[in-house]
Design a protein around this ligand. Sequence first.
Ligand code: AMP
Length: 187
Amino acid sequence: MPSICVYCSSSNAIADTYSPVATTLGRALPDRGHELVYGGATVGLMGLVAEATHEAGGTVTGVIPKSLEAREGIAYDADELIVTDTVRERKRIMYRRSDAFVVLPGGYGTVEELMEVLSLKELGDHDRPIVLVNVDGFFDTLLSFFDELWEGRFARTVATDLVHVVPSAEAALDRIERVIVQDGRSS
Ligand code: AMP
């Protein structure tokens, strides 16, 4: 069963308009035969995705450093909970355990996680799908900046060759399934 890594906001203070994409994605993962790998927190969109996957009968793997318990909460009801010593170790395990990456709206942490998988893809470290769910144009500014990097020859690869940009959770899974089937990558 493919494992889908979801990077997204840990904030409880963002507008409610961002909740449905997290809940829809979380629910759709088990419905469509995928497992969830995520940062193991109970807060923000992260908590919503995991709760929805769990309630829909899906398999949740959470990876979180003990030091973030007070700040982000630890999802002790995850099917598999990996408690790491550091944030870097958490990220490394999430990266290794996933067949594809879905990015929902988020803050510095989410952007950092996106930039790592994006830049590693450009370097040829992996060729797994990365999908940005551009809810209400949330990522438009970042995508314009990526265009500037490409136009100014700071980037060697145009961003659209590295990430798929889609409008919804369903479209994200459609895209991932197409790539996985094409490449025979299902694990
Ligand atoms: P945010 O998008 O800032 O709400 O953060 C989303 C998740 O990314 C949270 O679980 C953070 O703990 C995590 N995070 C923040 N900084 C980093 C980092 N440098 N590397 C990996 N994960 C991070």
